[in-house]
Design a protein around this ligand. Structure first.
Ligand SMILES: *[C@@H]1O[C@H](CO)[C@@H](O)[C@H](O)[C@H]1NC(C)=O
Ligand SMILES: *[C@@H]1O[C@H](CO)[C@@H](O)[C@H](O)[C@H]1NC(C)=O
Ligand SMILES: *[C@@H]1O[C@H](CO)[C@@H](O)[C@H](O)[C@H]1NC(C)=O
Ligand SMILES: *[C@@H]1O[C@H](CO)[C@@H](O)[C@H](O)[C@H]1NC(C)=O
Length: 348
C-alpha cells in the first residue's frame, strides 16, 4: 500500500472531522444535543445555591451538609457541537410578558426551582422579583414574566367517588388551568409505579372499565395518549410553546451502572464518564419518544445524560431526616443543564 493513499485517507478523515465540527457549530439545529458526555469544567456551577432564595430544602444539598463539590463542576458536552451558554437576561427578554408553567410531579418542581435560581442569578441586585404567597409562582416584574409550578402527579385526573379514589386514564380536566400559560413544561412518571401506602389511588379506570391493578407502564402510556389528545385539541403551536421534560431516572440499584445491586447513589461523587448507560434506556423514555407529537411538543430528552449522573442526587443531604433520596437532584446541579437545553431549543 502506497503512503499516498494513506495520506489521502488521513486527509479525508480530517475533512470529515472538520465537517462534523462545522455542522456542530451551526447550533442546536442538526446536532443531537442529548447525546454526549460529562466533562469537568471549573467554571461551573452557574450560580451559588446559597445566594438563591428559591431552593427548597429537599434540593438544598450544601445547606444540609453535602461535603463534596465535584458534582457541581460538570458540563454537558454534546458529541457533535457545543451546548450554547446560558444567558438568563436573554431568556427573560425572549419571555417578556409571558407566563411559563411547569406541570407535573416533584421532578417538575426540581426543574422549576433550578430555573428560578438561574433567572435570579441573571437578575440585577435591584431587580423586582415577587413571590406569590403559595410560593408556586414567581414574578420577574422587570420583564412582566411569571414562572409557576402546577402540581399534577399523573397529568390525568384522580377523582374521589363512592368506591374510592379513581385514577381516570382518559380524563384530563386539570388542563383548563394550564391554558393560562404561554410556555408549558410537562412531566409525569415517578408516581405511576407506586404501590401500597405510597399509591394515591384505589382504582384505575378507562371508559366504562374499572380495575384494581394494571401494568403501570401500560397505564402510563394510556394516560400519555390522553395528554397528547389534549395537546392536539388545545395547543396552537403558533401561540404557545410546549415542552415535555423527559423521564428522569433514579439511582437505587448499582447493578445498573456496574456496581452491586445494594449500592445506591449514596456516597457517589463522580458521574459516569461514558456516553451510554450500562443498563440501557428506560422503557418509559422509549414510550415518550414514540407518543409525543413532535410538531407541537419539544422533547427534552434528558434521560441518558441524567442516568450518567449517579453523583447528582441529594441522597441523605435533602433536609429530610433519615431519607436517602436518589430520585430528585441537588440544586445547583443537573436540572440546570435541563434548563440550558430548554433555552438552547429557543435559539435560532
Ligand atoms: C404583562 O403581561 C400580561 C400577559 O401575561 C399582559 O396582559 C399585561 O398587559 C402585561 N403588562 C405590562 C405592564 O406589560
Ligand atoms: C407583588 O405582587 C403584589 C400582589 O400581586 C403586588 O401588590 C405588588 O405590587 C407586587 N410587587 C412589585 C414589586 O411589583
Ligand atoms: C363499554 O364501552 C364500550 C365501548 O365504548 C361499549 O361497547 C360497551 O357496550 C360498554 N359496556 C357497558 C357495560 O356499558
Ligand atoms: C408491563 O408492560 C410492559 C410493556 O408492555 C412490559 O414490557 C412489562 O414487562 C410489563 N410489566 C409487568 C410487570 O408485567
Amino acid at each position: 500500500m502506497g503512503s499516498g493513499r494513506g495520506l489521502g485517507r488521513l486527509a479525508l478523515a480530517l475533512l470529515m472531522v472538520a465537517a462534523a465540527y462545522a455542522g456542530g457549530r451551526r447550533g442546536s439545529q442538526g446536532c443531537d444535543l442529548f447525546a454526549g458526555t460529562w466533562v469537568f469544567d471549573e467554571a461551573y456551577p452557574l450560580y451559588d445555591s446559597g445566594e438563591c432564595p428559591f431552593v427548597r430544602k429537599e434540593f438544598d444539598c450544601i445547606r444540609y451538609g453535602r461535603p463534596d463539590r465535584g458534582y457541581l463542576k460538570y458540563r454537558w458536552q454534546p458529541s457533535g457541537c457545543e451546548l450554547p451558554a446560558f444567558d438568563g437576561g436573554d431568556l427573560m427578554e425572549r419571555w417578556r410578558g409571558k407566563r411559563v408553567m411547569f406541570v407535573g410531579d416533584s421532578l417538575s418542581l426540581n426543574m422549576y426551582d433550578s430555573l428560578l435560581c438561574m433567572l435570579h442569578a441573571a437578575s440585577s441586585p435591584h431587580a423586582r422579583i415577587n413571590t406569590s404567597s403559595e410560593e408556586a409562582s414567581v414574578r420577574f416584574e422587570d420583564f412582566n414574566l411569571t414562572v409557576s409550578y402546577y402540581l399534577s402527579h399523573f397529568l390525568v385526573d384522580v377523582v374521589s367517588t363512592k368506591i374510592g379514589r379513581v385514577l381516570k386514564l382518559d380524563s384530563l380536566r386539570g388542563g383548563k388551568a394550564w391554558l393560562t400559560a404561554d410556555v408549558l413544561i410537562f412531566n409525569t412518571w415517578h408516581w405511576w409505579p407506586r404501590t401500597g401506602l405510597a399509591q394515591s389511588w384505589d382504582y384505575i379506570q378507562e371508559g366504562n372499565q374499572t380495575w384494581k391493578e394494571m401494568n403501570r407502564t401500560v397505564a402510563f402510556s394510556k394516560a400519555l395518549c390522553t395528554w397528547v389528545k389534549w395537546v392536539r385539541s388545545n395547543i396552537n403551536p403558533d401561540t404557545k410553546k410546549v415542552f415535555y421534560q423527559g423521564v428522569s431516572p433514579s439511582h437505587y440499584h448499582g447493578n445498573e451502572w456496574g456496581e452491586s445491586y445494594q449500592r445506591s447513589c449514596s456516597g457517589e461523587t463522580q458521574p459516569l464518564k461514558v456516553s451510554t448507560y450500562p443498563s440501557g434506556p428506560l422503557p418509559q423514555e422509549t414510550i415518550v419518544k414514540e407518543i409525543i407529537p413532535k410538531e407541537i411538543v419539544t422533547l427534552l430528552d434528558i434521560t441518558l445524560m441524567s442516568q450518567l449522573r449517579k453523583d447528582a442526587h441529594p441522597s441523605k443531604y435533602s433536609g429530610i431526616a433519615a431519607s436517602n433520596d436518589c430520585s430528585h437532584w441537588c440544586i445547583a446541579g443537573l436540572p440546570d443543564t435541563w434548563n440550558m437545553l430548554m433555552y438552547a431549543s429557543l435559539l435560532p
